[in-house]
Design a protein around this ligand. Structure first.
Ligand code: M6R
Length: 366
């Protein structure tokens, strides 16, 4: 059931700290601060490329993971949405592996892309929630995300559990390839283990997000900006808002804005800026100042130190402060306010949050 919550989506957002700590426990040995994959069939030391695919939110989790595999495992990554990948003539080559991400494990396009990769000789892993699914059956190896049943059509806890699972796989890949030192592994594992507690800290401030969502409710269009690992999260924020509140939204890489979309900016288009205090922070904030100078009303998601460094407080619609987090892993934490912002905006608009129009939980047609 929904417990004390009005919607399954609210319940599934709120239970993330607990669910995620179980998911992480599947892949991490806390006492030693190391990752251990359960009998992985992918030999990361011997592959020379990795393909990642999925649809919707699952694809966006993959987009985050690309940064991780490249940076920690120095592995060339190719990523595409499954409905395109399956119609491309992908030259997988001899030493290829592919990861297919899907909550349900039944999405038609993802399943078809998985079958193609397998037929082409790639070693195929399924990152799935439903371990009795078609993808789980057909893959060479399964990486369960352990999110438990997700009822809301909008994917929330499955996304963060996908991220935790993919981060663990990427750490293991870096270890196998000798590109990640034991010290770096420990730092990342400690970072992962700290996420559930940090998430709980963020969830306490749910009311602040509700307050901020009043700025999105009247909007016709909303932009989300991020750079680095926060870019896919900008796409996820826009997807979530469109899906349940029916407000048109776009996610953009912060640096891409001046190549076109900045023409859209005026005081009626709220801009959600995702800016954890990472190596991209100053660049992202300077992009924010560019849009503020053009009249944009921005909503800043950052840490306390980030907010102080960004300045311009009086020019913002508002900001939401998150705790400091291991920068590479920020998407796991920043996902929460992104989900809550969409949720509260949808509730204000009175839409059917758990069953948005035209959508199905699992898309088994092409
Ligand atoms: O079951 P899957 O993870 O394969 O589903 C993929 C997408 O249909 C799904 O993530 C969809 O984008 C969500 N409704 C987004 O919240």
């Amino acid at each position: 059931g929904k417990g004390n919550h009005r919607h399954f989506m609210a319940k599934e957002i709120a239970e993330q700290p607990e669910i995620l700590s179980h998911a992480i426990a599947t892949y991490v040995r806390p006492a030693d601060e190391i990752v251990e994959l359960p009998a992985s069939t992918i030999d990361f030391a011997s592959i020379d490329r990795l393909t990642i695919s999925g649809c919707g939110t699952a694809y966006l989790a993959g987009l985050v993971a690309r940064y991780w595999f490249e940076s920690w495992a120095k592995l060339p990554v190719e990523i595409d949405i499954a409905s395109e990948l399956r119609y491309r003539d992908v030259p997988y080559g001899d030493n290829a592996a592919a990861l297919f991400i899907s909550q349900s494990g039944e999405t038609a396009d993802t399943l078809a892309a998985l079958r193609d990769a397998k037929a082409a000789g790639a070693v195929v892993g399924a990152v799935v929630n439903v371990t009795e699914s078609s993808m789980a059956r057909e893959a060479d190896g399964i990486f369960p995300i352990k999110a438990g049943p997700e009822i809301g059509v909008a994917s929330t806890k499955a996304f963060t559990c996908q991220l935790a699972t993919l981060a663990s796989i990427a750490i293991a890949a870096g270890k196998a390839r000798g590109t990640l030192t034991p010290t770096e592994e420990k730092r990342l594992v400690r970072g992962l283990l700290s996420i559930p507690r940090l998430m709980a800290d963020v969830l306490v401030h749910d009311e602040r997000i509700e307050e901020l969502s009043h700025h999105l409710q009247p909007a016709r269009d909303v932009l989300y900006l991020g750079r680095g690992v926060s870019f896919p999260l900008a796409l996820e924020g826009a997807l979530k808002l469109k899906e349940i509140s029916y407000i048109h939204a776009e996610g953009y890489a912060a640096g891409e804005l001046k190549h076109g979309p900045i023409a859209l900016i005026d005081e009626h288009v709220p801009v959600v800026v995702i800016a954890p205090l990472d190596k991209h922070f100053d660049k992202t904030v300077s992009n924010m100042h560019e849009v503020i100078a053009r009249g944009a009303k921005c909503l800043l998601l950052t840490s306390e130190e980030g907010a102080a460094r960004a300045g311009y407080e009086e020019d913002l619609l508002g900001s939401f402060i998150l705790p400091e987090v291991e920068p590479d892993l920020a998407p796991l934490l920043y996902a929460v306010p992104i989900q809550l912002l969409a949720y509260h905006t949808a509730v204000l608009k009175g839409t059917d949050v758990d069953q948005p129009r035209n959508l199905a939980k699992s898309v088994t047609v092409e």
